[in-house]
Design a protein around this ligand. Structure first.
Ligand code: HEM
Ligand code: HEM
Length: 232
């Protein structure tokens, strides 16, 4: 099918969209409950476990999910990322159904950065009061707890900068290129003229089954349950 200007095509599946917006909500919950401390830490831990399950799911979906969700579709190396940025400066394009090469690199960075925050959280503890401790802290020595806690406190600032850069990039696309990426992440659909040059056929995209997505999410939640239980 040749895409006509004005047509919209489905690019993001429901699992990727739900993953993204649930992640954003839980990141806010984790951030504020972490800052407030005290009784809020119970919610801090639960939202952290939720984030970990989401990340495990998303990594698995990146291998077996829909075309635009696959790492092989958007992890393209530094040259492609630079090429994309050059395209961004040009008059026409860029054209991307899924993540572009530069955005794809940022996606990997964001996933790994959030994983580092959650991973160190599992080993963090408030050593002054001894009242809050991540589920794996009991299994770790004092030196590990100290390093993990210091990293957890420091890394949140890096994460905030990355998230801000991510939102700025989305705004640049909106203001400069008139590509509404947020709308696409909500509805799953993009105008065909944002995906391919005029006259070119619309890309053929395959979508993963929701049964597989649900199974992977349950498996991810089970892994998190066993990690938390491993702490005793
Ligand atoms: C804590 C903050 C955030 C984190 C950690 C985060 C993380 C991510 C990740 C991992 C992806 C890749 C999605 C996937 O392929 O599964 C993504 C994509 C995206 N995010 Fe966020 N995000 C955050 C906040 C936001 C906010 C506030 C907005 C809205 C302005 C936003 C808009 C988008 C859009 C539009 C995409 C798709 C980009 C594209 O078309 O290539 N994100 N984000
Ligand atoms: C399983 C996941 C997590 C666990 C078990 C965990 C554990 C902890 C613990 C024990 C503390 C208190 C440390 C202390 O008082 O010295 C803490 C603080 C904090 N955590 Fe987490 N965390 C997790 C995930 C996250 C995530 C995903 C975020 C990102 C938004 C985050 C952000 C924070 C912040 C902002 C603080 C307060 C730091 C400060 O006040 O300087 N945590 N976390």
């Amino acid at each position: 099918m040749t895409g006509k200007s004005g047509d919209k095509i489905r690019v993001w599946d429901a699992p990727v969209r739900l993953f993204h917006w649930t992640l954003v909500i839980l990141m806010c919950v984790s951030y504020f409950t972490g800052r407030w401390g005290g009784d809020w830490m119970k919610f801090h831990f639960w939202s952290g476990y939720g984030i970990l399950a989401l990340l495990l799911f998303r990594i698995a979906w990146g291998f077996v999910g829909s075309t635009t969700a696959r790492f092989s579709n958007f992890v393209k190396g530094p040259m492609a990322a630079v090429g994309h940025l050059r395209e961004l400066l040009g008059k026409h394009g860029p054209y991307d159904a899924g993540h572009n090469a530069a955005g794809g690199a940022m996606v990997v960075v964001l996933i790994l950065a959030v994983l580092a925050q959650v991973g160190t959280g599992l080993f963090s503890a408030d050593t002054d009061t001894g009242m809050v401790a991540g589920p794996l802290a009991a299994k770790a020595g004092d030196a590990v707890i100290e390093k993990a806690t210091a990293f957890h406190h420091y890394w949140i600032n890096v994460l905030l900068i990355l998230a801000a850069a991510h939102v700025v990039a989305v705004l640049v696309y909106l203001v400069w290129k008139r590509h509404n990426l947020v709308g696409a992440m909500i509805t799953g659909k993009k105008p065909v003229e944002d995906c391919v040059p005029p006259g070119k056929p619309a890309p053929r995209l395959a979508f993963g089954s929701s049964r597989l997505a649900i199974s992977l999410l349950i498996a991810s939640a089970a892994i998190v349950y066993f990690i938390v239980r491993a702490g005793g």
